[in-house]
Design a protein around this ligand. Sequence first.
Ligand SMILES: Nc1nc2c([nH]c(=O)n2[C@H]2C[C@H](O)[C@@H](COP(=O)(O)OP(=O)(O)OP(=O)(O)O)O2)c(=O)[nH]1
Length: 154
Amino acid sequence: MTHQPGPDLDAPGAAVGARRLVVAAAIVDDVVAPSRLLAARRSRPSSLAGRWEFPGGKVDDGETPVGALHRELREELGVSVDLGPEVAGPDDDAWIITDRHVMRLWLARVTVGDPAPLVEHDDLRWLDAESLFTVDWLDGDVRIVAALAGLLTR
Ligand SMILES: Nc1nc2c([nH]c(=O)n2[C@H]2C[C@H](O)[C@@H](COP(=O)(O)OP(=O)(O)OP(=O)(O)O)O2)c(=O)[nH]1
């Protein structure tokens, strides 16, 4: 069997570029003065089931990041959203979330539909500044949630 090396994550510039792009939404009640954030509990794969995350997913070939995000939110939650500002992270404005994924995140407000855990998730919860860390966020999301905590009005 021949050895197929994966991306060299130690190579210069590879920290972000070699990772698969995930796009996600910090769905809030109001993108200008948010007080509540919607968290989603993963139902699969088993290694991630039960952990909480921002709804979203991978950008497919030929999609723009924003196009992919609208598609994922429609598929996963059955909603349309208006996007607010991007929540820029420290890794080329994105957030390294795993050794294989980097995430871009936007504030968003639901404009059509009531969010429901249709696929990928089995529970949704609105969290405020007090309850933000009462759910078990995915490891890579913890520092993002901490950054968002500063945006939530009490
Ligand atoms: N959607 C999402 N994925 C996250 C977050 N934090 C985090 O570490 N991840 C990881 C989990 C997965 O390994 C990867 C995203 O994969 P995904 O399963 O959501 O992507 P997808 O909806 O396109 O699913 P698939 O078609 O590949 O099955 O990023 C987050 O907040 N939201």
